[in-house]
Design a binder for this molecule. Structure first.
Ligand SMILES: Cc1ncc(COP(=O)(O)O)c(C=O)c1O
Length: 400
């Protein structure tokens, strides 16, 4: 048996976060105690009312397949959420529930991209975007941003990146991995550039609730009728409600596109988890007090990690306005040597060295479009942040 696999696999790389997670797991299995800052999940629990709703759903016998587009009550509740919280008037039929936001984005690309279509991906980006584009036959076109502009795409850079082959722009605010949040004015600048084009916007709003600034969150689709008509709004329950393992997300957008995405979903995975959908209706009832509490806690985590790293002159970073990641610039230590004399020349080597020497798991920036950064999740217990930062700084200071 030659085990010949599909050609499309040769274009795709393994998820950087999952790769680090696998090495971390292997060390943990050997009995090594690792401080793990490489996973994209909140450290707080699923809210008690949401847990209870899932238990009640099991007892009520809600254990069967769900409709492919999602349960009717959840879709209706999502339509109300999008209207009340985001100013978006989606009809119930224009909302598709999926197995995580990840599946919604994948379905979107499967439904829109033809071989050779370009998708604009501002960097740093969430590690899966370019790989999903490639899996679906498209070309990711990376648009660089810099720390000085808060890692945000400018209208000028967008204009420069647009060509007749551009099919879609990916936007993610608040961003994984940088934590930058676009203001309404900044989004408007991008929307103005797209007017008159046939370019879709995928607005990944999965971190919308995790904010540490006064700037309120703006949904791209809420900017104007033109923005609404070209946008697919993506969101999910993983980050705001810590429901990562429940696998639940959704997309809202123009009906022909939602129908196409559901056709793909119906022939690949079917409807999302029935129990998670029942619990999600309860999650959507959690009010602003819930978000105030988790944001207060996350802000303390961000400030703690930020304070500790700011004392190390080898590191620099942009203090995030949202999400729960710190994207740390390591250019001052790249090229330095370990005690054994091995030069660490890129972010992957640095992340592996930190894992092996400091027993701290981070993610190499290379998987996020910047090889001079490391990504760390600061959603962690204060004592773990303190010890983790101490170890990172120690290992870096030991380099020659
Ligand atoms: C920017 C971004 N979008 C989408 C996802 C996928 O989330 P889900 O768990 O809903 O599939 C993640 C998860 O890390 C993310 O960071």
């Amino acid at each position: 048996m030659k085990y010949t696999l599909a050609n499309r696999l040769s274009r795709v790389e393994e998820s950087a976060t999952l790769k680090m997670a696998a090495v971390t797991r292997a060390l943990v299995e050997k009995g090594v105690s690792i401080l793990n800052f490489s996973v994209g999940e909140p450290h707080f629990p699923v809210p008690a009312s949401v847990q209870e709703a899932a238990i009640q759903a099991v007892k009520a016998g809600k254990n069967r397949y769900s409709p492919v587009p999602g349960n009717a009550d959840l879709r209706a509740r999502l339509a109300r959420k999008l209207q009340e919280e985001n100013g978006l008037k989606y009809k119930v039929e224009e909302i598709a529930v999926s197995i995580g936001a990840k599946q919604a984005i994948y379905n979107l690309m499967m439904a829109t991209l033809n071989e050779g279509d370009d998708v604009l991906v501002p960097a740093p980006y969430w590690t899966s975007y370019p790989e999903m584009v490639k899996l679906c036959g498209g070309n990711p076109v990376i648009l660089a941003t810099d720390e000085k502009s808060g890692f945000k795409l400018t209208p000028q850079a967008l204009k420069k990146g647009l060509t007749s082959k551009t099919k879609m722009l990916l936007l993610n605010s608040p961003s994984n991995p940088t934590g930058s949040v676009y203001s309404k004015i900044e989004l408007q600048g991008l929307a103005d550039v797209l007017k008159g084009t046939e370019v879709w916007v995928c607005s990944d709003e999965i971190y919308e609730k995790l904010l540490f600034t006064e700037t309120s969150f703006t949904s791209f689709a809420s900017l104007s009728d033109d923005a609404f008509s070209r946008t697919i709004t993506i969101n999910g329950f993983s980050k705001a409600f810590a429901m990562t393992g429940w696998r639940l997300g959704y997309a809202a957008g123009p009906l022909p596109l939602i129908k196409a995405m559901l056709l793909i979903q119906g022939q690949s995975t079917s409807g999302a988890n029935t129990l998670a959908q029942a619990a999600a209706v309860t999650a959507l009832e959690l009010g602003s007090d819930y978000f105030k509490t988790i944001n207060r806690e996350l802000r303390q985590c961000r400030d703690l990690m930020g304070d500790l790293f700011s004392k190390c002159p080898l590191l620099s970073f942009y203090l995030p306005d949202g999400a729960f990641y710190l994207f740390v610039n390591i250019s001052k230590v790249l090229g330095k040597r370990t005690l054994e004399g091995r030069a660490l020349i890129n972010s992957e080597e640095m992340a592996l060295h930190l894992l092996e020497k400091g027993h701290v798991s981070t993610v190499p920036g290379s998987g996020f479009g910047s090889d001079v950064h490391l990504g760390l999740s600061f959603s962690a217990r204060a004592e773990d942040i303190r010890e983790g930062c101490r170890r990172v700084i120690q290992v870096l200071e030991d380099l020659r």
